[in-house]
Design a protein around this ligand. Structure first.
Ligand code: HXC
Ligand code: NAP
Length: 275
């Protein structure tokens, strides 16, 4: 079993891998022996993450790119391919979020989340395709409960992540015939992350969210990383097109009351203005 989770001599690319859940995933792959490359918009976050990956004993590199800019993605990925060879695993998890009712958003605000989450995933998929090990590679897109649970103040994220999940399932068909598996993970509320900070930051919201999880705890980046290891290893070799919740059963509870709580917050206008 342990050997099946050995990623020595494998190349793993994590787009949006420089903080929170995705960084946790990158670090787990590093500890399992993979060569790991990360990308995001901030050079500082890229540098910090590469240093941390190296301190896990991994060969690591990174590049700056906004997933809304295909040329920047292409330029970065060619350097990864040159240094690390074909990609065994790609994790695509860049995302944007802020709580706002539809009437509180400009068209550009709505579009910015669609552009990062959905079109960004499309851009990443197109950019990595030439470098995927065929057959044998595996892709994991990071979705969110909003893809299936409608939430007030989250219409942009709900629409975007629903698209990410359907894109994942379509690619499982298109790339499955080439031996490339494409799956998605749906994290639940993950403690200490930017997403939780933006949506459920106060003690009351955090506790209410925790209590709405059937397992009665918030998740960790390691919980999500473990599922990623499974999906991309030999253990997951017949799993393709799966949308896997890693959420303590939160989706079964309708993701608690998060949408209602957010709606109350933004209607009162007390939400932190986070950009
Ligand atoms: C209304 C807002 C807003 C808010 C931004 N905008 N915040 N509108 N309410 N609170 C508007 C801006 O005014 C602007 O519209 C448009 O959105 C784009 O904003 P910019 O700041 O110019 O965009 P950009 O620099 O590209 O930043 C994108 C971003 C930002 C999404 C707005 O927050 C970001 O980069 N986020 C990345 C990190 C992140 O969100 N991580 C959490 C992921 S968690 P105008 O019309 O003025 O131009 C997640 C799921 C969590 O996805 C699930 C938990 C259970
Ligand atoms: P996070 O820390 O903000 O992580 C987002 C990552 O993506 C960062 O590395 C960020 O780095 C990068 N990024 C953001 N916009 C980008 C862009 N336009 N181009 C390239 N990179 C970009 O958030 P998180 O809370 O850990 O969430 C990570 C993923 O899990 C997201 O897909 C989110 O939807 C999903 N998720 C989170 C939760 C949760 O509880 N937190 C729950 C369900 C799903 P830069 O700022 O340097 O670009």
């Amino acid at each position: 079993m342990n050997n099946l989770l050995d990623f020595s001599d494998k190349t793993v690319v994590v787009i949006g891998g420089t903080s929170g859940i995705n960084r946790g995933i990158a670090e787990l792959f590093a500890r399992k022996g993979a060569r790991v490359a990360v990308a995001s918009r901030s050079q500082k976050k890229v540098d910090d993450t590469v240093e941390s990956l190296r301190s896990c004993g991994a060969e690591a590199m990174g590049f700056c790119a906004d997933v809304r800019e295909p040329a920047a993605l292409a330029a970065g990925l060619v350097t990864v391919h040159t240094a690390f060879g074909l990609f065994d695993v790609v994790v695509s998890g860049a995302a944007g979020n802020f709580p706002a009712l539809l009437t509180q958003m400009s068209a550009n605000a709505f579009r910015s989340v669609i552009d990062i989450d959905l079109i960004g995933t499309f851009n990443v998929m197109q950019a990595v395709y030439p470098y995927l090990l065929k057959p044998g590679a595996s892709v994991v897109n990071i979705s969110a409960p909003q893809a299936t649970i409608p939430m007030a103040a989250q219409s942009h994220v709900c629409a975007a992540k629903a698209g990410v999940e359907m894109l994942t399932r379509c690619l499982a068909l298109e790339w499955g015939t080439e031996g490339v598996r494409v799956n998605a993970i749906v994290p639940g509320p993950i403690d200490g992350t930017e997403g939780m900070q933006r949506l459920a930051s106060g003690d009351a919201m955090r506790e209410a969210t925790r209590d709405s999880v059937p397992l009665r705890r918030l998740g960790t980046p390691q919980d999500v990383g473990n599922a990623c290891l499974f999906l991309t290893s030999e253990l997951g070799s017949y799993v393709n097109g799966a949308i896997l919740p890693v959420d303590g059963g939160w989706l079964q509870s309708g993701a608690g009351d998060l949408g209602r709580m957010l709606s109350k917050l933004v209607r009162r206008g007390t939400e932190p203005v986070l950009k």
